[in-house]
Design a protein. Structure first.
Length: 374
């Protein structure tokens, strides 16, 4: 039942993307989006019946890999960032430009007047790609990481996930628009997944992952919802001692805080007047919604029984969060479809995608493990 829900949400996200963007150019948008929805569902239902040799799987993987890299180069030469309405590239440009001009960066505005919502580590990661002149490489990395994770798995859903990847508009949209939600979410997912594999004597790995956990939280605050669903169940199920988890999270908290330290030291007054927490609560959803989302993550933590559940409930909380954000935008603009849709960013649904895909990949592994133990 969970896997059906996962597939439906994945297909729904691509449906929304395809319909939204194709409707700008074609009157057959609903037909196109519905047709692809059905085709992708059939790929899920029947794709697991086909088995391929390891060499053929490698050919599929490297063909998709080369295609994505080639597409990124094509975008670099054919679609200049200035021609794109999505302003994530502009927010990065404005933020970094202000920093190097000695100004407080959270007053910076994008080419369409938006303030920078992400936290400091987001811009630190983006900076090297900004300086080499192409942010779509950062966007493509998330896609490549996701495909690598699919390749490394050995489950019946691999065929479907390969097909879904190469037929989903939002994957290519991220590269074209120089968005990077998929990349940062994949990095968070990989760190959280690796946390489970830390052995007691691996102190260096423990320390590095704790640092990365805090650092990646300083990209987007929404990831705290996944953190709750990955760490709290281990404590509740007595899979980790409280002291060990406390030390890990303390190191993560220090790492998170350090990313804000330069802003507080050099722009103390400005920081408390305008910072990413204020921006997010002012322009996305009110603060009390954040409390509700955290409460929901805490509640779902009691339902987590295995690793697949962590991915599943994380994706569900992300999905609900985005739906509430969309509903709030309609309420904020008096349910005016024209006004609300101008403010709604459907790309936030991409936060769900890596966790949904890992939920599928992990569900088969957990089922095998349970059967062996029974």
């Amino acid at each position: 039942m969970k896997n059906i829900a996962v597939v439906f949400i994945l297909l729904f996200i691509n449906f929304i993307f395809l319909y939204t963007y194709s409707s700008r150019y074609s009157e057959f948008a609903i037909f196109l989006a519905s047709t692809l929805f059905i085709v992708q569902f059939l790929a899920y239902k029947y794709g697991k019946r086909f088995t391929f040799s390891e060499s053929l799987k490698n050919i599929f993987f490297y063909s998709i890999l080369i295609s994505i890299i080639g597409f990124a180069f094509l975008v670099h030469f054919k679609i200049p960032v200035e021609s794109i309405n999505v302003d994530r590239w502009s927010i990065i440009d404005a933020f970094i430009s202000e920093i190097f001009n000695g100004n407080y960066p959270y007053y910076a505005k994008s080419n369409v007047g938006n303030l920078p919502g992400p936290m400091p580590a987001y811009f630190l990661v983006a900076m090297p790609f900004y300086f080499i002149g192409e942010l779509n490489i950062l966007s493509a990395i998330g896609y490549l990481l996701m495909l690598y994770v699919v390749k490394k798995s050995n489950t019946k859903y691999v065929n479907f996930l390969y097909f879904f990847s190469i037929t989903s508009l939002f994957m290519f949209w991220e590269i074209i628009t120089r968005s990077n939600i998929l990349t940062f979410t994949m990095l968070v997912l990989l760190v959280l997944n690796e946390f489970k594999n830390i052995k007691v004597g691996e102190k260096y790995k423990f320390f590095v992952l704790a640092l990365l956990t805090g650092f990646l939280l300083s990209t987007r605050s929404i990831y705290v919802l996944a953190y709750i669903l990955f760490f709290l169940p281990d404590l509740l199920n007595k899979e980790i001692k409280f002291k060990r988890l406390f030390v890990y999270l303390f190191i993560a908290f220090i790492s998170f805080g350090i990313t804000f330290l330069p802003l507080i030291l050099f722009f103390k007054n400005d920081f408390f007047e305008m910072n990413p927490f204020i921006i997010q609560s002012s322009f996305f959803v009110p603060k009390f919604f954040t409390i509700i989302f955290i409460g929901l993550a805490l509640l779902f933590s009691f339902l987590v029984k295995n690793r697949a559940d962590k991915f599943f409930y994380s994706s569900i909380v992300f999905f609900i969060t985005v739906l509430v954000y969309i509903a709030y935008q309609f309420y904020k603009y008096d349910f005016s479809i024209e006004a609300a849709t101008k403010m709604i960013d459907i790309s936030y649904f991409i936060f769900c995608v890596p966790f949904l895909m890992m939920s599928l990949l992990s569900s088969n592994v957990d089922a095998i493990t349970q059967n062996k133990n029974s």
